[in-house]
Design a protein around this ligand. Structure first.
Ligand code: ADP
Ligand code: ZN
Length: 607
């Protein structure tokens, strides 16, 4: 808005300049007095006029007194008709020197054309600037249907910044599969000669932050081809038809620059199963999806455009997308295991100075469940911390403290707990830690803290010794006791319960429900699952659970949940009662130093 006003200002000034120019050209320089036609008639009648020079509609009147005047008349009438009309006597006219001068060419044209052209010019300029304004701001209004795809042209980039497979750590299988795609792009002939069809679409499946975008860019980098990036949600606009036309535009651009990679992020935003007819933008999604399919089917066999699409929900995709000739290849990006995490940390610490004693392996040990993006974020936080501490190198403490920051949010030292709250928090966390320590099938305690972080009042970190893909019933049961450890400790010590245990209780309840309804771990409901989770498109995840069991069964499920939770609570209570002295030791240490590292904790609870 501000710049719009500024533009108006500019217009106004241009207008003034042109207008004054016009005025000066039209007038004949100098500054003769101007007068009306009636004055002129009077002067003629009084015989005061010496001569008149006629130039177009301008009369330059020279008086006998030596004064000069300009008088304007209508262009159509000649001076003599005019004077006659006003009843000037012919003798008086004869006494005046009348000279008719041709208007100078420029002057004439300017004075006749400018009044017409100038407004047009101004309007034209105005529209031009407005258009530019709108484009600059949102770019949408006048070019709605064009794709917003960002093209990253590899040829123009300097070699150094180009992303290649070297920049992607871990995900070995995925890289192996995508090497094939690189070959298709670089030497398509080899495949065509043998009659092989070049794949058109590859689906990259993986949790957020596992490097799908990165990998797609790396493929483009390896093959040295342009890369078009577009997100599924960008196709879906308020207006029906816009998405489809963006798809058309994107593919038109891509075909022109073939061979190239088109990357569609979040394909599930447009590619969800059709036909459930819920919500307003449904038609729009359907049209967009259809257009993508049409474009992919329309590739000539030798068009070397390969579409990579990313999703973390392959289960919700429309089957039409997955048919042969479309996204018929699927590459899965696993969550990184400990070795992958070490590699990813290495990749991202290439440009960061690390102290000699830094062991990225130890950081990787403490970060199970972190995605590649989390790890990149962790190193960045550590670098910021080191810079804020005026250090020249990143050291271990910065890395460890960044792990917690990424996991739980920033430390909130400013949120001062009262002595009473501090004591309750200490017992709560000590309860979690003690139960973890005593029960055999749980992960070791990594750190306990009563400094609040993010949403948590205090926290106890447990880290598995190795990455686990499978869990046993016994592990779950003990995990339940650990979750309830804080709650039970509060109850045992203070005879009262605070709101601090809310999220523990919710986690415990959810875990128990899953044990029974998904994993078949109930005592007597048999090896079956309960409820089919069918996602309703616009209602979000797992909101809608379809019951495939009776009311009676529902009661039994509730009964089972109650049983397991109570059992876990009892187990936790026993641990806390029999190891009360250890609990007190932990609490005292926590109250004194607020955080306990793994080693300190193990020293405390040693037999
Ligand atoms: P996605 O598209 O799967 O959500 P991105 O590709 O956008 O994830 O990853 C985000 C960032 O995380 C990347 O830019 C990169 O810095 C980092 N990252 C993720 N996975 C890896 C990996 N395997 N190797 C190196 N860096 C990774
Ligand atoms: Zn807790």
């Amino acid at each position: 808005m501000k710049s719009l006003l500024k533009n108006f200002g500019v217009f106004f000034i241009i207008f003034l300049v042109i207008a004054s120019l016009f005025y000066n050209l039209a007038g004949s320089g100098g500054k003769p007095e101007s007068a009306g036609i009636r004055t002129l008639i009077e002067q003629i009648n009084n015989e005061e006029v010496d001569g008149i020079t006629v130039a177009g509609s301008i009369l330059q009147v020279k008086l006998k007194s030596g004064q000069e005047q300009t008088v304007k008349k209508e262009t159509a009438e000649t001076l003599s008709t005019l004077l006659k009309n006003f009843g000037v006597a012919p003798e008086k006219m004869a006494k005046i020197n009348i000279e008719v001068r041709e208007e100078s060419g420029l002057n004439f044209w300017l004075s006749t054309l400018l009044p017409i052209i100038l407004p047009l010019l101004l309007i034209g300029l105005f529209i031009y600037f407005m258009a530019r304004q709108i484009q600059g701001a949102n770019g949408r209004a006048l070019m709605f249907g064009q794709s917003q795809a960002r093209e990253i042209s590899n040829q123009n980039q300097n070699k150094k910044k180009q992303i290649t497979f070297k920049d992607v750590a871990g995900v070995k299988e995925a890289k192996e599969e995508l090497k094939e795609v690189v070959e298709f792009l670089t030497s398509p002939k080899k495949f065509l000669e043998l009659g092989a069809n070049i794949p058109k679409g590859v689906l990259l499946v993986g949790a957020p932050g596992t490097g799908k975008t990165l990998l797609a860019k790396a493929v483009a980098g390896e093959a040295n081809v342009p890369f078009f990036h577009m997100s599924g949600s960008e196709f879906v606009e308020m207006f029906v038809g816009v998405g489809a036309s963006r798809v058309r535009d994107l593919f038109k651009r891509a075909k022109k620059t073939a061979p190239c990679i088109v990357f569609i992020d979040e394909i599930d935003a447009v590619g969800r199963q059709r036909g459930s007819g819920l919500g307003g933008s449904h038609d729009e999604r359907e049209q967009t999806l259809n257009q993508i399919l049409v474009e992919m089917d329309g590739f000539e066999p030798n068009t070397n455009v390969i579409v990579l699409a990313a999703t973390n929900r392959p289960d919700v995709l429309d089957p039409a997308l997955l048919r042969p000739g479309r996204f018929d290849r699927r590459v899965v990006l696993d969550e990184p295991d400990i070795n992958d995490r070490t590699e990813i940390l290495k990749v991202h610490s290439r440009s960061k100075p690390l102290a000699k004693d830094v062991s990225l392996r130890r950081v990787a040990e403490r970060t199970p469940g972190f995605s590649g993006a989390d790890l990149a974020n962790l190193l960045n936080e550590a670098a910021i911390l080191a810079a804020r501490g005026n250090k020249r190198l990143i050291e271990m403490p910065e890395l460890f403290s960044s792990i917690e920051k990424v996991m739980l949010g920033p430390e909130r030292k400013s949120r001062v707990l009262s002595e009473k709250e501090k004591k309750i928090t200490a017992y709560h966390e000590a309860g979690h830690a003690l139960v973890t320590h005593v029960l055999p099938n749980t992960d070791p305690v990594q750190k306990i803290s009563i400094i609040s972080r993010g949403m948590a009042g205090g926290y106890t970190l447990k880290v598995p010794l190795e990455d686990k893909r499978m869990h046993s019933k016994q592990e779950f049961l003990e995990e339940l006791s650990v979750l309830l450890g804080g709650y039970i400790a509060e109850q045992e010590i203070f005879g009262d319960i605070t709101t601090g245990a809310t999220s523990d209780l919710r986690a415990a309840t959810n875990l128990t429900r899953r044990m029974i309804t998904d994993y078949g771990m109930s005592r007597n409901l048999g090896p079956r699952t309960f409820g089919s989770r069918e996602e309703l498109i616009f209602l979000g995840r797992e909101l809608h659970e379809q019951r495939d069991y009776s009311e009676k069964m529902a009661e039994k499920i509730d009964e089972e949940i109650r049983h397991y939770i109570n059992e876990a609570a009892e187990r936790a209570r026993q641990v806390i009662q029999t190891h009360r002295p250890k609990l007190e030791k932990i609490v005292q240490a926590l109250l004194k130093q607020e955080t306990l590292e793994k080693e300190e904790f193990e020293e405390l609870v040693k037999e």
